[in-house]
Design a protein around this ligand. Structure first.
Ligand code: FES
Length: 77
Protein backbone atom coordinates (compact mmCIF):
# COMPACT_ATOMS: atom_id res chain seq x y z
CA UNK A 1 0.00 0.00 0.00
CA UNK A 2 1.50 3.33 -0.97
CA UNK A 3 1.28 6.21 1.43
CA UNK A 4 0.40 9.56 0.02
CA UNK A 5 1.20 12.40 2.34
CA UNK A 6 -1.69 14.79 2.60
CA UNK A 7 -0.82 18.39 3.20
CA UNK A 8 -3.98 19.64 4.80
CA UNK A 9 -4.42 23.38 5.27
CA UNK A 10 -3.64 24.99 8.61
CA UNK A 11 -6.26 27.18 10.27
CA UNK A 12 -4.76 30.43 11.51
CA UNK A 13 -6.18 33.49 13.22
CA UNK A 14 -5.19 36.44 11.05
CA UNK A 15 -5.03 39.94 12.51
CA UNK A 16 -6.27 43.00 10.68
CA UNK A 17 -3.56 44.83 8.68
CA UNK A 18 -0.73 42.66 10.02
CA UNK A 19 1.84 41.68 7.39
CA UNK A 20 2.27 37.95 6.90
CA UNK A 21 4.71 35.97 4.79
CA UNK A 22 3.28 32.73 3.44
CA UNK A 23 5.86 30.06 2.62
CA UNK A 24 5.73 29.15 -1.08
CA UNK A 25 8.65 26.70 -1.04
CA UNK A 26 7.67 24.05 1.58
CA UNK A 27 11.04 24.28 3.37
CA UNK A 28 9.82 26.35 6.31
CA UNK A 29 9.63 24.66 9.72
CA UNK A 30 6.95 27.16 10.68
CA UNK A 31 4.23 26.26 8.16
CA UNK A 32 2.26 27.89 6.71
CA UNK A 33 4.57 30.86 7.25
CA UNK A 34 8.06 31.58 5.90
CA UNK A 35 10.99 31.11 8.30
CA UNK A 36 13.66 32.19 5.82
CA UNK A 37 14.65 28.63 4.86
CA UNK A 38 14.03 29.36 1.17
CA UNK A 39 17.31 31.29 1.09
CA UNK A 40 19.49 28.36 2.14
CA UNK A 41 17.56 26.12 -0.24
CA UNK A 42 17.72 28.57 -3.15
CA UNK A 43 13.94 28.23 -3.39
CA UNK A 44 11.06 30.55 -4.21
CA UNK A 45 10.61 33.51 -1.83
CA UNK A 46 7.63 34.05 0.43
CA UNK A 47 4.37 35.67 -0.56
CA UNK A 48 3.49 38.70 1.53
CA UNK A 49 -0.14 39.34 2.36
CA UNK A 50 -2.43 41.08 4.83
CA UNK A 51 -6.15 41.00 5.56
CA UNK A 52 -8.51 43.95 6.00
CA UNK A 53 -10.48 42.27 8.76
CA UNK A 54 -9.42 39.84 11.46
CA UNK A 55 -10.50 36.33 10.52
CA UNK A 56 -9.73 32.67 10.68
CA UNK A 57 -8.30 31.40 7.41
CA UNK A 58 -7.19 28.03 6.10
CA UNK A 59 -3.76 28.55 4.63
CA UNK A 60 -2.38 26.17 2.03
CA UNK A 61 0.50 23.88 3.02
CA UNK A 62 0.63 21.70 -0.12
CA UNK A 63 1.65 24.76 -2.18
CA UNK A 64 -0.55 23.65 -5.07
CA UNK A 65 -3.35 26.14 -4.44
CA UNK A 66 -4.42 28.40 -7.29
CA UNK A 67 -5.50 30.98 -4.72
CA UNK A 68 -2.43 31.53 -2.53
CA UNK A 69 -2.10 31.75 0.41
CA UNK A 70 -5.52 30.17 0.87
CA UNK A 71 -6.42 26.52 0.53
CA UNK A 72 -8.51 25.83 -2.57
CA UNK A 73 -8.79 22.08 -2.03
CA UNK A 74 -5.91 21.21 -4.39
CA UNK A 75 -4.28 18.99 -1.72
CA UNK A 76 -7.05 16.46 -2.30
CA UNK A 77 -6.11 15.97 -5.96
S1 FES B 1 10.85 29.31 3.82
FE1 FES B 1 9.48 28.86 2.20
S2 FES B 1 9.11 30.81 1.31
FE2 FES B 1 10.51 31.23 2.89
Amino acid sequence: MSEKKVYAPIAVELEKDKKYAWCTCSHSSNQPFCDGSHRANNATPSLGFAVEEAKTAFLCTCKQTKNPPYCDGSHKN
